[in-house]
Design a protein around this ligand. Structure first.
Ligand code: TIU
Length: 231
């Protein structure tokens, strides 16, 4: 049972009960010419977490531990898109409209797909979620309960929107969550900083944060328990 360096105190997880969660590493959020950039967001701010998440995915795959990928998107008929969400933001370019990489945030469109650096592999769970919260209107909770997963290593974008929302909702459901500090980014670095601080304040009121290196060390070949988990 590894115990890793974390804030506000060490984080312990069992190899049989942990999963990596990669939130919304989608082309429309992270790549040039996508939805976010067309709204004026600075996508360069989201680039640092990409190689970190790729490394964590590699380590979880090597240890045969589950990885869950989410994408924020809606059905082509927009039946799962609340009018309030469609009308929010820039009125010139709405969810469902034709954007630079296909219909914006519609499942199956090129811009909605994962960036290649962090893309799912065969048999990894992909959750298409209509909300910021990964639990809302998805199989996430059922999947975790069926597999007896109790500990979530959380990564993705953006820190204060879908990442924070998912972590708070997971915490309320009893999951022990650690957010990887260098495995998440925001268009607004000051929001990332304050989110990381807020999550662990008051004795870890929402959970833990850690550096990716702490997770990678715990999953490194030869680390205690790793060989057994990979067998
Ligand atoms: N994935 C996610 O956070 N969705 C967003 O809309 N984030 C923004 O920061 N806009």
């Amino acid at each position: 049972m590894p115990t890793i360096d974390a804030q506000p105190f060490p984080y312990e997880f069992g190899f049989d009960h942990v999963a990596l969660v990669c939130i919304d590493m989608q082309r429309d959020f992270c790549q040039p010419g996508g939805f976010a950039e067309s709204l004026g967001d600075d996508i360069s701010k989201l680039q640092p977490c990409i190689p970190v998440i790729a490394k964590l995915q590699e380590a979880f795959r090597r240890c045969k531990l589950p990885i869950i990928h989410t994408k924020e998107c809606h059905k082509p008929d927009l039946s799962d898109l609340p009018t309030a969400k469609r009308n929010r933001g820039n009125p010139k370019l709405k969810i469902g409209d034709k954007g630079p990489m296909g219909r914006i945030l519609i499942d199956g469109e090129p811009g909605t797909d994962f960036i290649p650096e962090c893309a799912p592999e065969e048999f990894e769970l992909v959750i298409s979620k209509p909300g910021k919260d990964t639990f809302y209107s998805t199989v996430f909770d059922d999947y975790l309960k069926t597999r007896k997963i109790t500990h979530l290593v959380i990564t993705g974008v953006t820190t204060e929107v879908c990442v924070q929302t998912t972590m708070r909702c997971a915490n309320d459901r009893g999951y022990d969550c650690v957010l990887v500090e260098d495995g998440t980014d925001s268009f607004f670095p000051e929001f990332k900083d304050v989110t990381l601080r807020a999550l662990v304040a008051q004795g870890g009121i929402v959970g833990w944060t850690c550096k990716s290196e702490a997770i990678l060390q715990a999953l490194a070949p030869g680390a205690p328990g790793v060989r057994a988990a990979a067998a």
